[in-house]
Write a protein that binds this ligand. Sequence first.
Ligand code: HEM
Length: 461
Amino acid sequence: LRGSRTKYEEGVPVVPALLPWLGNAVWYGTNPVKYLKQCQERYGHAFRLLLAGNRYLVVSDALGVHSLLRDKQKAFTTFPVHRLMTKTVGRVTQDFDVVQIMMERLFPIINKECSPEHLDRLAFSFNGELSRQFGAVDDQVRALPTSLVTPLSSFITKHLYCAASKTVFGPLFPFETFADFEYLEKNITSLLSLSHLLYTTRAWHDGQLHGASEMATAMMSAMKDTQLSKSDVDGTLLTFMWGLHSNTFRIAYWFLAFLLNDREIFDRVKEEIDTELRDHYGGDLNRAVSSPSSSLDKHFPLISSGIKETMRLVVLLNSLREADTDTEIRTSAGPLQIRKGDILMPNVNAVHMDDNTYEDAKTFRLDRFVGDEKSKQTHLGFGGGTHLCKGRFFAVHVIKMLTIHCVRLWDLQLTDASGKPIVGNLPPPDPRSSGFLMPSVEVYLHIRPRDAPSNNRTVLN
Ligand code: HEM
């Protein structure tokens, strides 16, 4: 970045492209967060950047991002993003039609079924399913002489994958596809295993989704009214399934990792769970599980805040937009001219890490968002404006349920691969993380019954 004379396009500084077509993708790719920070220090809150054939206009200040996602939302579209997703994940061929159908017909269904008014339809089923699964894990844990040890990421993803898939797609969902899903998560751009597609194919032939949620049934019937090919319907459902799980797993992973990395934070959450269960559900986890989701939403303010705080720290980039028209957004440095066709990249991490917006921004503060309404302006974990995440209430419910179950049922500890406890020493994330922070190494969860005598504990050091 050093030494070159800055060029401007439409008054916006352009980061010099070091390679044809690739631009600065190589430097960006080794550490996106650091690279964007360096660019911001040198070029300010808005700059143009070429990455692998795409020219981005990066916006890094809270006012600019707010103006882009909310004030001027009508001037921008997410069409190209969804097109990329359906092509990459779902391998659809009629991508233009698919995206149109997704945005016009399917997203409103997801929005409605995941809204606080209707969430219970999904939430009750999910709670029951997660409880059943964790009941089985508990039996296993109690039968062991020492702790049950499992990689944290697979523990979370496997249980959420099964519980949420059964909730949404019904009991016919082939749960053995979990290994494929893990593969997809790790190699999002590579080919998918065919077994994923079997489920939707079967459902399509049957003309129904036996035992599925109203959400999936309505989506399927909306797609049957269209001219989409069968394989594109499969691809669309697959893209939805990936979206349903992927982000939730990541946030759940980091939330549990942050809790277990700090004994004081963990104890505060544990106390909240015990107190709220005692005061509102007679101390009975099963009563909480069968209560309306709005009740859970009200009663665990620290957990709600902690999930939001986790998102603030681990969501790095999202909400890409393409300008549908020439327009202008407000930024702290004055108006910024946008040309039709510009692809805008809100630097969410820069907004979330700004000490002027979030005091002591690098630190995880469990209670940062308790009773805080102001953050709606600056918290971008679920994106913003009309394209705000449609599944956000369901996602938060899922993570909350997972946390309540784990902390209520078990005594938990994190270790590295050698069994050495990790407290205050969580391994640093992968520097190549771009959309979300990704773990750099596997950490292990040790699970034992909460009421087990201490001599039953696995010796770790
Ligand atoms: C913690 C988990 C989740 C996170 C962090 C997350 C985050 C996001 C973000 C950042 C966007 C883009 C918003 C924008 O462009 O401004 C988005 C869009 C979307 N999300 Fe989520 N999401 C999560 C879970 C879910 C779940 C569980 C579902 C489905 C049940 C879902 C369905 C959608 C849909 C349909 C959109 C497209 C909205 C639109 O373009 O209008 N998400 N999500």
